[in-house]
Design a protein around this ligand. Structure first.
Ligand code: ZN
Length: 397
C-alpha cells in the first residue's frame, strides 16, 4: 500500500480553485494514477495524482460522517485502496456513481471540516494533483455545513424513464432490478466475483425471456455498471407504473457452508434474525455510495405507505409464494419452505408489488459456481420468468 505523504510548503498551494466547485477545466480521459493520505499536525491530507486537471464537487454527509468528491468519469489506476487509513480518514472507496460522474467517498472518524481543496499543475516531475486538507471539528459546525450545502441545492437525481405508452391489449409492466452497481459492488464471492455482475447478468436473462412474450413490457432499473440509490430504484418502479418489481441479489455470509436461495417481501418486522441482518446489509448500498439519506423525508412517506401498502403486500406475498418453488425446480437449493420478510428499503414502493430474491450465497463454493455459470444463470432466470407467468395468470392487478 502506498501511503507516502508529500510534505509540500503551504505556499505551493497556489490554488487554482479554492471554492468547492471548480469548473474551469475539461478533462477528457481523466485518470487517477495514485492516491495517498498523510497526517500533518492536526490535519489529514488527501491527495490524488491525475493526468489532467479535474472538475470536482465536494460535500459532507452525516450519519455516518463522510466526505464525497464527485469527479468526471475517470479511470482508476491507483490500485486497491481499501486498506488506507490515516488521521481522520478511516477508509475510502471510489467508483462510477452515474454516467459521467465518478465518486470518491471518504469515511471519516467524526465531524470534520474541509480546510481547503486545491488542484496543482505538474511540477518537479509530479503530475496534476488534487489536494484536500481535512480537520476535526464539532458536531454543530459539521451539521451547519451539511445544512448549508442542502440549501445550496445539491442535486444527485438520475433521470427516470417515462412510463410505457398505453396500448389496447393489457400489458403487464415488469421491472427487473439488478442489485448494486457502479461504486457499490455488493457481496464479494469466494473467487472475488462481485454481486453486481451476477445480478446484472441474471436480470438481463430474465428480461430476454420475458420480452419474447408480447404481454410483458419489461424494464430494467439498470442495464450497465451504474450505481442507483435504493430510492431511485423504488421511484423507477413507481414511475413506470410497474405491475411487478423484482430485485435480484446474491448474498454472502461468513459461514461458507451456508447455501441456497431465498425470496423476501417487505415487512417492518423481520421474519427471523437472518432476514433482519440481510436487510441491514442490503440497505447499506446507499451508505457505500455516499447517498445523503438524512435529506429524505420519511415521515410523510410512512403514512402514505401504510395506506396503500396493505393491498400491495398481499400481491407481493402471492408472487413470493409462487417464486420459491420455481427456484427449487431450477436446481438451486432453497433456504426454508416459504418466503421470508424484512425491512428492505428497495421494496418500499407502496403501490408496486415487490419482491427481493437472493439467488444464492456467493460465499458458498457450489452456489457461486452456479451463479457464475451461464447455464446456472439461465436456469434461475427461467424459474423467475415461469413464476411471473403463473402470477399474472392468477391475478390481474
Ligand atoms: Zn445485494
Amino acid at each position: 500500500m502506498v501511503s507516502r505523504f508529500f510534505r509540500l510548503p503551504l505556499l505551493l498551494l497556489t490554488l487554482l480553485g479554492m471554492s468547492l466547485s471548480v469548473t474551469a477545466f475539461a478533462a477528457p480521459g481523466l485518470e487517477v494514477s495514485a492516491v495517498r493520505l498523510g497526517q500533518h499536525e492536526t490535519k489529514t491530507r488527501f491527495v490524488m495524482e491525475l493526468n489532467a486537471a479535474p472538475t470536482f464537487d465536494v460535500f459532507l454527509l452525516a450519519d455516518p460522517y463522510r466526505i464525497v468528491i464527485d469527479l468526471p468519469e475517470l479511470t482508476w489506476r491507483a490500485g486497491d485502496t481499501s486498506l488506507h487509513r490515516k488521521g481522520v480518514v478511516r477508509n475510502f472507496r471510489w467508483g462510477l456513481f452515474k454516467k459521467g460522474t465518478s465518486r470518491v467517498v471518504l469515511d471519516v472518524t467524526g465531524p470534520v471540516k474541509i480546510l481547503q481543496t486545491a488542484v496543482l499543475p505538474p511540477s518537479s516531475g509530479m503530475p496534476w494533483r488534487f489536494f484536500m486538507d481535512i480537520q476535526e471539528t464539532d458536531n454543530t459546525a459539521f451539521r451547519n455545513t451539511v445544512d448549508a450545502q442542502r440549501r445550496g441545492g445539491e442535486a444527485t437525481q438520475v433521470a427516470l424513464v417515462a412510463p410505457p405508452p398505453p396500448s389496447l391489449v393489457r400489458k403487464y409492466t415488469v421491472v427487473i432490478d439488478a442489485g448494486h452497481g457502479g461504486i457499490d459492488p455488493g457481496a464479494i464471492g469466494q473467487s472475488g466475483v462481485y454481486e453486481k455482475k451476477i445480478t446484472l447478468a441474471v436480470a438481463r436473462k430474465i428480461r430476454d425471456i420475458l420480452a419474447k412474450d408480447k404481454k410483458y413490457n419489461v424494464l430494467m432499473t439498470r442495464d450497465d455498471d451504474t450505481f442507483l440509490s435504493l430510492r431511485e430504484r423504488v421511484t423507477f418502479g413507481r414511475s413506470a407504473k410497474a405491475d411487478l418489481f423484482i430485485s435480484v441479489h446474491a448474498d454472502s455470509i461468513s459461514r461458507p457452508s451456508f447455501r441456497g436461495a431465498a425470496v423476501y417481501t417487505l415487512s417492518e418486522n423481520a421474519s427471523d434474525d437472518e432476514a433482519a441482518e440481510l436487510a441491514k446489509e442490503e440497505n447499506k448500498s446507499d451508505l457505500i455510495a455516499g447517498v445523503d439519506l438524512s435529506a429524505q423525508d420519511d415521515t410523510v412517506q410512512g403514512i402514505l405507505i401504510d395506506l396503500a401498502q396493505r393491498e400491495t403486500k398481499n400481491f407481493s406475498v402471492k408472487f413470493a409464494e409462487m417464486l420459491t418453488p420455481e427456484i427449487a425446480r431450477s436446481g438451486m437449493t432453497v433456504r426454508g419452505k416459504s418466503h421470508r420478510f424484512a425491512g428492505f428499503r428497495v421494496l418500499k414502493a407502496p403501490d408496486v408489488p415487490s419482491v427481493l430474491v437472493e439467488l444464492g450465497y456467493l460465499s458458498n463454493r457450489e452456489d457461486e459456481r452456479i451463479l457464475k455459470s451461464a447455464d446456472g444463470q439461465q436456469k434461475l432466470a427461467e424459474a423467475i420468468a415461469r413464476a411471473v407467468d403463473k402470477y399474472f395468470k392468477t391475478v390481474d392487478p
